[in-house]
Design a binder for this molecule. Structure first.
Ligand SMILES: Cc1cc2nc3c(=O)[nH]c(=O)nc-3n(C[C@H](O)[C@H](O)[C@H](O)COP(=O)(O)O)c2cc1C
Ligand SMILES: O=C(O)C(=O)c1ccccc1
Length: 345
């Protein structure tokens, strides 16, 4: 099994070494040949920053506002499943790091701890959901997330069916081991449901979800500019350009390659975020220059959690912050908003 090449994905990083190899492959892997998984990082590696000079930019200011909330930097934690398989501290541990860093954690619908416990850390949370065909149950999940204090809903729309993960197939890895559960998949009676993926879902489902909650809604998994336009027309509040870290459609476009057309289609009407392959401060700068308001990181957070629990996640976030600050300085920008698309070649 070949591993993705980038330094930040090296198989010998401490977090990866600490993991059970089956779980490591679950976290690391993608769909099919893993072409899209690799391409997300390669596409960043092929972008070059064109610095500006003598702009008197001075001390950097990384603060970013999303839906009225101030973040200390434009780097968020992407929703990823099963944090207790990475470290006993689980999603609560990740949330402690998000709170300490002053950024948002997007909590996965496949989290292994209850949203109420994760929210008790004081972290600023958004809840991710796969749109559930049982809409009564979906409303229950959304209501519970809102009651727990989640401040936005991230609806993942790139998963009409689950991607074919060949590493998981080889290992026979299908489900959580005994003693673990998707704690936010309990119905009103406390019974566990399976996460449903339904290829029949359409924009009407989003319309009903829109009508059922006052929370801001972001769609995650947009790559086509026409879908970005439709999302705005359907009253969506934000977009996440994403190919699910290469875990769904193998062969899908790299996210940084999809970003410019989506940004043009949205035309500043709602914020556009991006995830997939963001590993260094320079990647963040490229995405911001091409029009993203912020980025999210998935696997780096998992590796940090596996390596050192909340402290390991904190290290990942602080390293990204330092690199972003440094790269902005070298690019001649004080704030993310000072960057422009002509600074990327
Ligand atoms: C192990 C793992 C689990 C994931 N689980 C979810 C999930 O439950 N919901 C979701 O919307 N995306 C999920 N994703 C996708 C991430 O939110 C994100 O799109 C992706 O990881 C970003 O790419 P990166 O890992 O290269 O940063 C998962 C990704 C990984 C690696
Ligand atoms: O979304 C994913 O990539 C993922 O791995 C997952 C795992 C369990 C349930 C739902 C999604």
């Amino acid at each position: 099994m070949t591993e993705p090449d980038g330094a930040a994905n090296r198989a010998d990083l401490p977090g990866r070494v600490a993991l059970n190899p089956v779980h490591r492959d679950f976290f690391a892997g993608g769909a099919g040949e893993e072409r899209t998984l690799r391409r997300n990082e390669e596409a960043f590696a092929q972008r070059w920053i064109v610095p500006r000079v003598l702009r008197g930019a001075g001390a950097r200011d990384l603060r970013t506002t999303l839906f009225g909330t101030d973040l200390t930097m434009p780097v968020l934690i992407a929703p990823t499943a099963f944090h207790r398989l990475a470290h006993p501290a689980g999603e609560v541990g990740t949330a402690r790091a998000a709170a300490a860093a002053g950024t948002i954690m997007v909590l996965s619908m496949a989290a292994t701890q209850p949203v109420e416990d994760v929210a008790a850390t004081g972290a600023h949370l958004w809840m991710q959901v796969y749109p559930q065909p049982d809409e009564d149950f979906q409303r229950h999940v959304v209501k519970r997330a809102g009651a727990a204090g989640c401040r936005a809903l991230v609806v993942t729309v790139d998963s009409p069916v689950l991607g074919r993960r060949e590493r998981d197939r080889r290992h026979g890895f299908r489900d959580l081991p005994a003693g673990f559960a998707c704690e936010n998949m309990r119905d009103a009676d406390g019974r566990l449901r399976d996460i449903a993926m339904d290829p029949a879902l359409s924009w009407e489902h989003i319309d009903r979800l829109r009508a059922s909650t006052g929370l801001p809604i972001l769609l995650k998994g947009i790559l086509h500019p026409q879908d970005a336009r439709l999302a705005v027309e359907h009253g969506v509040d934000g977009l996440i350009v994403s190919n699910h870290g290469g875990r769904q459609l193998d062969g899908a476009l790299a996210t940084v390659d999809a970003l410019p057309a989506v940004v043009r289609a949205v035309d500043n009407r709602i914020p556009v975020l991006l995830d997939g392959g963001v590993r260094r401060g320079a990647d963040v700068v490229v995405a911001l220059a091409l029009g993203a308001t912020a980025v999210l990181v998935g696997r780096p957070v998992i590796w940090g959690l596996a390596a050192g629990g909340p402290g390991g996640v904190r290290d990942v976030l602080e390293t990204l912050r330092d690199e972003l600050d440094h790269t902005l300085a070298l690019a001649g920008a004080r704030r993310p908003a000072d960057l422009s698309a002509d600074q990327v070649a």
